[in-house]
Design a protein around this ligand. Sequence first.
Ligand code: TPP
Ligand code: DXP
Ligand code: MG
Length: 652
Amino acid sequence: MRPYFRADHDGKVTRVQPSPQTPLLDKVRLPADLRALPENELPQLASELRTEMIDAVSQTGGHLGAGLGVIELTVALHYVFDTPADKIIWDVGHQAYPHKILTGRRDRIRTLRQEHGLSGFTKRSESEYDPFGAAHSSTSISAGLGMAVARDLSGGKNNVIAVIGDGAMSAGMAYEAMNNAGALDARLIVILNDNDMSIAPPSGAMSAYLARLASGKAYSEIRDIGKKLTGYLGRRVERTVTRAVEHARGFVTGGTMFEELGFYHIGPIDGHNLEHLVPVLKNVRDNGDGPVLIHVVTKKGKGYAPAEAAADKYHGVNKFDVITGAQAKAPANAPAYTRVFAESLVTEAELDDKIVAVTAAMPSGTGLDLFGEAFPKRTFDVGIAEQHAVTFAAGLATEGYKPFCAIYSTFLQRAYDQVVHDVALQNLPVRFAIDRAGFVGADGATHAGAFDTTYLGSLPNMVMMAAADEVELKHMVRTAAEYNEGPIAFRYPRGNGVGIEMPERGSVLEIGKGRVIREGTKVALLSFGTRLADCLLAADELDAAGLSTTVADARFAKPIDRDLVRRLARDHEVLITVEEGAIGGFGTQVLHYLALEGLLDNGLKVRPLVLPDLFVDHAKPEKMYADAGLDSAGIVSSVFGALGRNQNAARA
Ligand SMILES: Cc1ncc(C[n+]2csc(CCOP(=O)(O)OP(=O)(O)O)c2C)c(N)n1
Ligand SMILES: CC(=O)[C@@H](O)[C@H](O)COP(=O)(O)O
Ligand SMILES: [Mg+2]
């Protein structure tokens, strides 16, 4: 029997037997059940919801802190608004576990982020209560405005609510949306969930501005007057008083940026106090007639002491012990690629003071927190602003600096035009450290690093590398540090290396040169990235079947090693390219060259193995690669297919 517990509102966790009592939550399968509860039972429901969420995530791992911070807000939103007719859009969606529990998915919440289980983010195909899929930040206001305008065009009456965090509010897209919303004067509710945290403590002037708003003395005094007035005059004039207080505040604090953008601004209010949240949401529901922004102040990790105490507020956690908060640590037989990148960059930066590093609000995820400890003045966290990060790096490069832009493959997609026009077209020596290349596992399709080889490899001037293991990554960091002829990118996967001996410092690789790992005579496996390990396993099996196999590591997708490709094509009957990327990447570069050189004209059997033309849902990465035919079994099978031979017969 699992030791059960109760998580109290003040964050205390006490062990109770035999199971967490959630009698109220047990009665709430859908928001309609919630709306049938007496309002004074909502705090108890919130407490039970918090308990349930902590217990579930302790068994699945995932995003914890953000969801804990919106427990009361989630209850209030589904209580006041008629969901799913009224639409709630959760920005990023990592905070939506309480929303999922209250919208008919409690019975599946412990399948979170597992194969065939619930997504870790909102997802349209998962529930009618998820009007918009997210996971990439700062899209909620744009999507919400689109839904609001569609409602108005079709004469609808429903409400549209976008819940966006203070971190997500640091991305330009949020302002593009507010700018347009203010101009359209559409009836849209934006709830700014301000917990003064991104993944790390927030960076940027916006967070300072919000802190001023939230702690504005003048504002809190005015708010207290309003409360006293409301109390004295009774509820019936509450709306008038609230509005009067708001306008008075505007004179005292000079209005807010949101009001300047055409939003009626309410708050800040306590995002954990249902007695504040419910009446304000009801007021906005019944009287809002244009864009309204409600600024709620919450605490990331609220109600779970280990999360509240953690520097990252338990933003993303492994499975953990509920009573102690101790997270399960996956046994590591090799260093994480992220750490190898960071440590290698520190080594290079110690020798070259022109090396600087840029992250878009992901210091720990990219390892730049380590770099920042060593070189605080040469590390820049620009907030969730990948477009700005890239062009900011381009500006640094124009002045002779060597910027390493460390951005996950999936998030670099947001800055593609900046890569094309501000970096490649001007041939500026920006270095792109592309982490989370290939499948990422539990974060699923929204975070897969599937397209970077394709979208970068097609750019003139771009040099594109992929590390086959942690030693190769070390070489590529050094190569990128020394390469100053134009933009250069290197990709590496989430997770740990293969556990091989590491040199003190990486070596400089010759641009456009691959390496042959083992020689054969009939089959050639040409790998780009960490599928090299699977190619070597496949070669063992192929050799055993009498198919002498060469294995080579391309190292570069652009420029490809033409001599190597030509030699493999000429000396083998079968050539298989293997990469952790979508079509249009490494294999395409090779095929294009083979075709142009007429190397396909004499019967060479070529099979480019790439990720499937699908958005692949979350599962364990090795399973995802096996299903994609990108493990050793898939590689062997593709060879027999190319040869038109029966694999089983060969084994017999
Ligand atoms: C475009 C993009 N860049 C980076 C991320 C990674 N990311 C996920 S959540 C997050 C922080 C969000 O902070 P905030 O909006 O304040 O939400 P909170 O976690 O504080 O509730 C970041 C940077 C992302 N999802 N999308
Ligand atoms: C919600 C979000 O986008 C990030 O928290 C992301 O899930 C981090 O991914 P890693 O766990 O691979 O760092
Ligand atoms: Mg936040």
